[in-house]
Write a protein that binds this ligand. Structure first.
Ligand SMILES: *Cc1c(COP(=O)(O)O)cnc(C)c1O
Length: 358
């Protein structure tokens, strides 16, 4: 047997999650966000599977080219726009759409030589203060683009900083800011990521932009998703490669972080931070051995983790171990590692073998 770490990706579950997003926003078109290699799931495979998606969102021209090379014909939007003027040429060549979020990008676009008309997503900063034109600057940018003769269509867009947590006052007031900022301006509108699409119907508009929910992770770290059933798209699994009995008072792993207080059976699993398993996972992080919830003990190393097998007394070398996915939501594991599901999913590394099921 070769090294047994595998990411099993269910394309059927991704399709089901997409269909759920589309049902929740029946009057909107759905742009499936598949940046960062579809949050670690494989962008080309995911895009081909989502053949009914209305559009795709990526973070770079390189990510868009991967999709065109895979035969994807739907619109593809560069969610962060271009990073240098020369990339506008590639936007044309590959038939892409692009966000414009800064005056630099606006000048690059307006001063280009080509006469090709492009679809532009013009971004407003409603309070995240990361990208976008302020509500005050927004109308002038819209006007210059509208007058340029270079635009086929303008989509008025924004992005929420807090749709996934906290009370709803801030997000509701940001919808208001957006509405006032775009009042009287022509164009389709787009605000909602996964969390907003689920929690704020008033933010759905013409286009919704779900990312994390397509992969089956709950976008609300501290809440249940009332009545909404997302299917986990990725199961990261490996196997027990060693089992031993330890007496009380023995230490486990690098730095002796964990010590036995009673005799236990300790299992070693072939997965580590070199595969994208989070190094900061604490003692007690859940790991499924033979379907039984066991506790990670000791520090995560590059190639292995160690698990207290008390809850799986029948376990043996070669038994399957699930790190997240089926029956163990990735967002739970993320919490034990002090991070979010997005981080774990995008962090799965090259050496993990990917298997796809339809
Ligand atoms: C990544 C991204 C999304 C998707 O966000 P999720 O929280 O994963 O649903 C939507 N819109 C923009 C502009 C993004 O960059």
């Amino acid at each position: 047997m070769s090294r047994p770490v595998e990411a099993i990706v269910s394309l059927a579950n991704i399709r089901a999650n997409y269909a759920l997003a589309a049902r929740l926003a029946p009057d909107s078109q759905v742009l499936a966000v598949i940046k960062a290699n579809a949050y670690g799931h494989g962008a080309a495979r995911v895009a081909v599977a989502l053949d009914t998606a209305d559009a795709f969102g990526v973070a770079s021209v390189a990510e868009a080219i991967v999709l065109r090379d895979a035969g994807i014909t739907q619109p593809i939007v560069l969610l962060g726009g271009v990073f240098e003027p020369a990339e506008i040429h590639e936007v044309e060549v590959y038939g892409l759409q692009t966000v414009i979020h800064s005056s630099a990008q606006l000048e690059w676009f307006l001063s280009r030589k080509s006469a090709a008309r492009l679809v532009i997503w013009l971004k407003m900063d409603i309070g995240m203060h990361r990208l976008g034109f302020t509500p005050q600057e927004y109308t002038a940018a819209w006007q210059r683009l509208s007058d340029s003769g270079q635009v086929q269509e303008l989509v008025l867009m924004s992005h929420f900083p807090c749709a996934d947590h906290g009370d709803d006052t801030l997000t509701k007031s940001q919808v208001q800011v957006f509405n006032e900022g775009v009042a009287g301006l022509n164009g389709q509108k787009s605000m909602a990521n996964s969390a907003a699409l689920i929690r704020y119907p008033e933010s759905r508009y013409n286009w919704v932009r779900p990312g994390i929910m397509l992969y089956g992770a709950n976008p609300f770290p501290d809440q249940n998703l009332l009545g909404i059933n997302l299917e986990p798209a990725m199961t990261l699994r490996s196997r027990l490669v060693s089992v031993r009995e330890l007496a009380a008072g023995e230490s486990v792993g690098y730095g002796q972080r964990w010590r036995t207080t009673v005799p236990i059976r300790l299992g070693t699993v072939a997965v580590g931070y070199g595969d994208g398993y989070p190094r900061h996972a604490v003692d007690g992080t859940p790991v499924l051995v033979r379907g039984k919830r066991c506790r990670l003990v000791g520090r995560v190393s590059m190639d292995f983790i160690t698990v207290d097998l008390s809850e799986a007394p029948d376990s043996r070398v070669d038994d399957e171990v699930i790190l997240w996915g089926d029956s163990l939501p990735v967002e739970q594991v993320a919490e034990f590692a002090g991070t979010i599901s997005y981080d774990l999913l995008t962090g799965v590394t090259q050496r993990v073998k990917y298997l796809y099921s339809d």
